[in-house]
Ligand binder design. Sequence first.
Ligand code: IPE
Ligand code: IPE
Ligand code: MG
Length: 236
Amino acid sequence: MDPEKKIPQHVAIILDGNGRWAKKRGLPRSMGHAEGCRTVEKIVADADSLGIRYLTVYGFSTENWKRDDTEVGALIQLFRYYMVRLLRMAKENNVRVRMIGERSRFDRDIVDGLDRLERETAANTGLVFTIAINYGARDEIVRAARRIASAVRDGKLKEEEITEDLVASFLDTEGLPDPDLLIRTGGEMRLSNYLLWQCAYTEFYVTDCLWPDFNKAELEKAVTAFQSRDRRFGGV
Ligand code: IPE
Ligand code: IPE
Ligand code: MG
């Protein structure tokens, strides 16, 4: 990584490979998720120390409910536990926490915990850490389209006022810049319904490293790859 060169302002991560990490060690998948949560905590601090301003991680997709009840249950228990740790960590490190996705599907205590995380860190001025849970980009776009349609129906918005900026402002990521760099661990070359609108011109970096093994050195490798890219945004 060259500190003189441009650091991506917004890094989005598809943290994949927790299950495979556990399987390799003969452990239950839930142990991979627990280890993955520890990696998330560390990477927030590492991203901050590299000068990254926005970090957005994919924690649970709208499709992940298809997994068996034991695994979904274990993931929800981990959210419960890590929400509390995250609040303390965010307060100590001036981190602002946001959540994207459809939270009402979770139990009351989780919804309250997420609201509290956002509320009590809203004035922090450091890294903006966004967690995508029960997030699906298509679901996000559908929810935005419905809200835009009702605004037009109620006369609050004119059809010709629907622009790219307006659509973006109705998405869960309202106010966040688009990601500059998307990192996917676990080697898969796909988006899995993550930030479809926002990644229109994002640079992709895929590594075989499994998420629980990801660390600051791996993050620096991704930033180095980003620094060698020529971003043209459709120009020449
Ligand atoms: C990513 O790890 C975490 C979530 C999707 C919640 P996986 O659980 O998908 O791990 P693999 O892909 O099976 O190894
Ligand atoms: C993407 O990983 C979702 C999250 C990281 C939360 P998956 O493991 O669910 O994606 P697929 O099934 O391999 O596409
Ligand atoms: Mg996976």
